[in-house]
Write a protein that binds this ligand. Structure first.
Ligand code: ZN
Length: 284
C-alpha cells in the first residue's frame, strides 16, 4: 500500500510496452505489488510476461492473507511469490493468537519475506495507536529474525521511530519500499544494511527528492517496484498501475543516472535474488 494517494479506477492500459521483438528487453522484477487487488489478473500477468517481468512479488497487508495470496502463487507458479505481514493500518486486531495464525505458514518457501510491516503516522495517530503499531512492528521483526526472512518496510511520517525500531534487530535484512525520504535518511537506511526500493514516483517530474535518491543509492542496493495498483508511473500517472509498468520505473532511474535501462534491470534483478534467495527456487 502506498505512501501517497495516487490511484483511480479509470481504465486498464493499452499494450504500448517498450519491449521490442528485435531487442528483447532485459528481464526485470516487480519486487512489490498487490495482485489480490486485480479482478482481471490473467490479463495483468499476460501483459507482465509480454514485457519480460520475470518475477512478481505480491505483498501481504492483512491478518490471514496467506490462503488468498498463496492461491495466486499457485496459479502463476512460474513467476509469482508472496510475503506474509500486517500493514500498520491493519494492526488494531493483531494479538498473540492472530499473529500466530497469520504466520502459521511462514516456513512455506513461496513466502520469500515478511511484509509490508512498519509504521504509518499519516493520520496523526494518538499514543495508543502509535504504541499498537510499534508493538506489531517489533513482533513481526522478531519473527523475521527467528525465521531469517527479509522484511519489506512501509513507513510514512514515522521515519525516526521506524529506524529506531529496525536498528534493534541488526540481524534482520530487508528493503524500505516506495522510498520517499531525503538523502540523510537514505544514508541511515543504507547504514542499517537495508536496500532501497523506488516506485513510479521516480518518473514524476515534480519529485526532486526521489530523483536525488535515484542518483545516489549504490546500484547494488537498489530494487524497483510498482506497488500496483497504486502509484502508476508516467505516462500512466493517476491511472491503474500494474506489474508490466515496472520497466518504466527502471527506465526512469536509468535516465536519471545516464545509463542504459538494461543496466538497472540487470542490477536490480541481481539485488533481488541476493536479498530473496528463496525466489531462485522456481526460476524458469
Ligand atoms: Zn504496498
Amino acid at each position: 500500500m502506498t505512501n501517497t494517494h495516487e490511484y483511480s479506477k479509470m481504465d486498464s492500459p493499452n499494450s504500448d510496452y517498450s519491449a521490442h521483438p528485435a531487442h528483447p528487453a532485459h528481464p526485470v522484477i516487480d519486487s512489490h505489488c498487490h495482485l489480490d487487488s486485480f479482478d482481471d489478473l490473467n490479463a495483468v500477468i499476460e501483459r507482465a510476461k509480454l514485457n519480460n517481468v520475470s518475477k512478481i512479488v505480491t505483498i501481504g497487508t492483512q491478518i490471514n492473507d496467506y490462503a488468498r495470496l498463496r492461491a495466486i502463487c499457485e496459479q502463476y507458479a512460474d513467476r509469482c511469490y508472496m510475503t506474509i505481514g500486517v500493514h500498520p493500518d491493519n494492526v488494531s486486531t493483531l494479538d498473540e493468537r492472530t499473529l500466530e495464525e497469520t504466520f502459521a505458514h511462514i516456513t512455506d518457501d513461496r513466502v520469500i519475506g515478511i511484509g509490508e510491516i512498519g509504521l504509518d503516522y499519516r493520520e496523526h495517530p494518538d499514543i495508543d495507536v502509535k504504541t499498537c503499531q510499534q508493538k506489531a512492528f517489533e513482533s513481526q521483526l522478531s519473527i523475521a529474525q527467528t525465521h531469517r526472512k527479509p522484511v519489506y518496510i512501509h513507513t510514512r511520517n514515522a521515519i525516526a521511530d521506524t529506524i529506531e525500531i529496525a536498528s534493534r534487530f541488526p540481524d534482520v535484512r530487508g528493503v524500505f519500499h516506495c522510498f520517499c525520504e531525503g538523502l540523510d535518511i537514505a544514508r541511515k537506511v543504507l547504514d542499517l544494511g537495508y536496500c532501497i526500493s523506488l516506485s513510479g514516483i521516480v518518473t514524476f517530474r515534480n519529485a526532486p527528492l526521489v530523483h536525488d535518491i535515484a542518483r545516489f543509492v549504490p546500484l547494488d542496493r537498489l530494487l524497483v517496484e510498482t506497488d500496483a495498483p497504486y502509484l502508476a508511473p508516467s505516462p500512466h500517472r493517476g491511472k491503474r498501475n500494474e506489474p508490466a509498468y515496472v520497466r518504466l520505473v527502471a527506465e526512469g532511474i536509468a535516465n536519471l543516472r545516464g545509463v542504459p535501462s538494461d543496466v538497472i534491470c540487470e542490477q536490480t534483478t541481481a539485488n533481488f535474488y541476493e536479498l530473496f534467495p528463496l525466489a531462485q527456487n522456481y526460476s524458469q
